[in-house]
Write a protein that binds this ligand. Structure first.
Ligand SMILES: [Zn+2]
Length: 66
């Protein structure tokens, strides 16, 4: 699992993303199930951002865990 996040102008959505993660470079190998685990929440968050703040949604994949 790794923490990944997406941001709008004001709000940030963080999730734990399952998958195989490289300890060296932080890249992930994500299969369909891994992606499906987080995709509905990303879409919901993007919908919120669209409604409240316009089209200022950015997904930041693969950020390192603090
Ligand atoms: Zn690597």
């Amino acid at each position: 699992m790794k923490s990944v996040y997406a941001e709008g102008k004001k709000s940030v959505k963080q999730q734990e993303q399952p998958g195989d993660w490289c300890d060296v470079c932080g890249e992930g190998i994500l299969n369909g199930d891994d992606l499906q685990a987080t995709e509905p929440a990303w879409l919901a968050f993007r919908g919120e951002v669209d409604r409240e703040e316009g089209k200022a949604y950015r997904r930041r994949g693969f950020s390192r865990n603090p």
